[in-house]
Design a protein around this ligand. Structure first.
Ligand SMILES: NC(=O)C1=CN([C@@H]2O[C@H](COP(=O)(O)OP(=O)(O)OC[C@H]3O[C@@H](n4cnc5c(N)ncnc54)[C@H](OP(=O)(O)O)[C@@H]3O)[C@@H](O)[C@H]2O)C=CC1
Ligand SMILES: O=C(O)C1=N[C@H](C(=O)O)C[C@H](O)C1
Length: 253
């Protein structure tokens, strides 16, 4: 291990994602796993271990405190945990202005295919009258809609608004059970929880006589690990807040 190894602490290390991230960091030549924290562990362990970076894969309730702790102590952070709404992101941006050397990546999805699918969907959304999202996940997931679906809807909604496209046509007048799903940026988002699934998303775009579908499937959490490692390798050279792994990629879209 070289002196310049990325000294990484994984938070949420016993979880579905955290345990994969522990293995990925351990197997990376240029990284050293210096701490693996679970619920109940003090964040002081991260400092005692001499970490330079954290990976946060915990739960929405604690992720903001973890990232604040990292930034205030000069550590770079790669964050996959969901729950980063506009208010939290604004607070984080303000905090990073006080800690300008720190780089934080908030990545709703680390899978390259998912990042691409969302970017393509955002690009295409303005050209279709109707747009809806279906996200499908394992039944152990605690939040709905998924962070990926919420972010995809934000990007699509923003692009549609800027292009002057109105809400999708919809004659629904009665929906007492919420069958039309959640609405994010005027886009309906439907959440499926099904044993056997990992993480999947379909963006449906429709106009008269045609449909365009962008579908991405993560069949295994291994799909997220190249993105986690890219985040760790890049965060220190990208001070401030980056929202979305696409910020570290040259997608040219
Ligand atoms: N960006 C991406 O590509 C991806 C993001 N995710 C997101 O990552 C997050 C984790 O997902 P997943 O691994 O499936 O969830 P899990 O529930 O399997 O893992 C979360 C882990 O965090 C632990 N934890 C809870 N509180 C703390 C704390 N204060 N400090 C340290 N650890 C804590 C939990 O411990 P305990 O079990 O004791 O509660 C649990 O082990 C979710 O928000 C999910 O949506 C998931 C997949 C991909
Ligand atoms: O909880 C999950 O599993 C996932 N969470 C993220 C999300 O909410 O978008 C990323 C991926 O979909 C898997």
């Amino acid at each position: 291990m070289s002196d310049a190894a990325i000294r990484t602490a994984v938070l949420g290390a016993q979880g579905r994602m955290g345990s994969e991230a522990v293995k990925a960091v351990e197997n990376a030549q240029d990284m050293e796993l210096v701490a693996a924290l679970g619920r109940g562990d003090s964040l002081k362990k991260v400092l005692e271990a001499g970490a330079t970076h954290i990976v946060d894969l915990t739960v929405p309730d604690v992720t903001e405190d973890n990232v604040r702790f990292a930034a205030e102590n000069g550590l770079h952070a790669v964050v996959g945990t969901t729950g980063w709404d506009g208010e939290r992101l604004a607070r984080l941006e303000a905090l990073l202005e006080q800690n300008p050397q720190v780089g934080v990546l908030i990545a709703p999805n680390f899978a390259l295919g998912s990042v691409l699918a969302s970017a393509f969907a955002a690009k295409a959304a303005q050209y279709f009258e109707s747009a809806e999202i279906i996200e499908l996940h394992h039944p152990g997931k605690v939040d709905a809609p998924s962070g990926t679906a919420a972010r995809t809807a934000e990007l699509m909604g923003q692009a549609r608004r800027e292009a002057g496209v109105g809400p999708s046509p919809d004659a629904t007048q009665k929906d007492p059970g919420g069958a039309r799903g959640a609405v994010v940026e005027d886009i309906h988002v439907h959440s499926v929880r099904l044993r056997g699934l990992v993480a999947h998303q379909e963006v449906l775009l429709g106009s008269a006589g045609e449909q365009l579908t962008f579908r991405h499937d993560s069949f295994d959490r291994a799909s997220f690990m190249p993105g986690v490692l890219l985040g760790l390798r890049t965060a220190a050279s990208r001070p401030g807040l980056t929202h979305g792994l696409d910020g570290y990629l040259d997608l040219g879209l």
